[in-house]
Design a binder for this molecule. Structure first.
Ligand SMILES: Cc1ncc(COP(=O)(O)O)c(C=O)c1O
Ligand SMILES: N[C@@H](CCCC[NH3+])C(=O)O
Length: 428
């Protein structure tokens, strides 16, 4: 371990190579690339910053596990007193296993199965964010079978444009998420018939990577107006869950899109007078900028029209550029002055979409050079696949000049574990 520590603080030139006090170049000498590295310190700073912005409110952070569900990160959340926003039994299992108590877990998603609902009921989670009438009735039936009182919030679809990428916008009427205020109004009017569901919460989540406070403000205002109407009609609301969606900075040097203080101010303003508990479901904001993907150059390929920088990381390790044309800073960790040139930065996977960047200006690189892709802590490892039978990359947690390999690179044996050739056919 001491080998990877810097003997002196990083100077300005190689500062990029240091992450949480660890020299990533030294780490990469000992670990095969590609691998993900996360800064525990950076995650804790984000948690603290958001909690400080919310100071004085009865607010609970429920980390959106989907952003990065690595157990070590969930464990860090548990230690910091942060709860979880889950969308599957798998995320429930991981959260509980990492030590996040059930009473800090909320369950969102349009496709909760009966089995998942029953498991979450049995675990005693804090709330179900219910997204359809069918789900509400299923929850009532299963809670009744188990003689449990379920706590539920209606996920409101406020029909607000989050002004983000269409694939991660969730709060417009045409999106599959939540129900209209008109429908939610009917649910509350009939809530007396729900013998085993306590419907006393509101939930809203309009999308991800939201870059200005305005869409949040608009959505919160609509939800707040509905909360006031409900209370005026005698329906006590115990919690309002404002979802996640805070955008992050994917380009060095750019300002942070939404300051936590402005976000918190919008919540304070919209929910002024609300005496219940405020829940928040930040995912990306807590982990995105705390993660980098380390990869090496396999080769440079001179194409007819451009040069390709072929890395050993691919779309199976980081899908965001392929899926959303997302920008991630690409920072070579190389010594000395080099000429600058332009590359299409690609991975080895057999798809043209396996491209991290087009026509990106970088120093001239050579096979074996180390390259860092920034902003990969959220929706990086958690969206990874074994496409092209590429094993899942290792993950390393760095914490104040220390590191721990929290997940080893998947072994080929484990990639095929559980599969078998169809030898023993059964008659259907
Ligand atoms: C219900 C819900 N809550 C929270 C999040 C987390 O979003 P983000 O990572 O943008 O904070 C998501 C994902 O967009 C979500 O679907
Ligand atoms: N996977 C998306 C975010 C989706 C948010 C989940 N509701 C991304 O990488 O940006």
């Amino acid at each position: 371990m001491p080998q990877i520590l810097s003997s002196s603080p990083p100077d300005a030139q190689d500062a990029d190579a240091f992450f949480d006090g660890v020299d990533l170049r030294r780490l990469a000498e000992r670990l095969p690339t590609p691998f993900h590295a996360y800064s525990a310190h950076a995650i804790r700073q984000r948690i603290d910053g958001l909690q400080q912005a919310l100071h004085g409110l009865d607010a609970t952070l429920c980390y959106a596990v989907k952003a990065n569900s690595t157990l070590a990160i969930l464990h860090l959340m548990a230690e910091a007193g942060v709860g979880a926003d889950i969308v599957s039994s798998g995320e429930l299992w991981r959260s509980l296993h990492a030590g996040i108590p059930a009473e800090r877990i909320v369950f969102s998603g349009v496709g909760k199965t009966e089995q998942e609902i029953a498991e979450a009921l049995a675990a005693g989670i804090l709330r179900f964010n219910v997204e359809s009438a069918d789900e509400l009735h299923t929850l009532q039936r299963l809670a009744s079978d188990l003689h449990i009182a379920a706590r539920a919030a209606v996920r409101i679809n406020p029909d607000v444009d989050a002004q983000t990428h269409a694939k991660i916008s969730t709060g417009k009427a045409e999106n599959k998420f939540g129900v209209s205020i008109a429908e939610a109004r009917r649910w509350f009017a009939e809530a007396g018939r729900l013998t085993h569901v306590r419907l006393d919460g509101l939930h809203v989540h309009i999308g991800s990577q939201i870059l200005s406070v305005e869409p949040f403000r608009l959505a919160l205002q609509r939800v707040a107006a509905f909360w006031r109407e409900l209370e005026a009609n005698g329906h006590a609301i115990a919690s309002i869950d404002v979802g996640g969606g805070l955008g992050v900075c994917y380009r060095a040097g750019q300002d942070h899109p939404v300051a936590p203080a402005d976000y918190a101010a919008a919540i304070r303003e919209a929910l002024a007078g609300f005496r219940g508990r405020i829940l928040l479901e930040p995912g990306r904001y807590l982990v995105a900028e705390a993660g980098v993907l380390l990869t090496r150059v396999i080769r440079i390929k001179q194409g007819e029209r451009q040069n390709f920088l072929v890395l050993d990381a691919a779309m199976n390790d980081l899908l965001r550029p392929s899926l959303y044309d997302a920008w991630h800073d690409i920072v070579p960790l190389v010594d000395g002055q080099r000429e600058r040139t332009r590359y299409d930065v690609v991975g080895p996977v057999c798809e043209t979409g396996d491209t991290f960047a087009r026509d990106r200006e970088l120093p001239e690189l050579r096979p074996g050079d180390l390259v860092m892709i920034r902003g990969t802590g959220a929706y990086g490892a958690s969206m990874a696949s074994t496409y092209n039978s590429r094993p899942l990359a290792a993950e390393v947690l760095l914490d104040q000049r220390r590191h721990a390999i929290v997940r080893h690179r998947q072994r080929f044996e484990d990639m095929v574990a559980g599969e078998q050739p169809a030898r023993d056919w059964d008659m259907a």
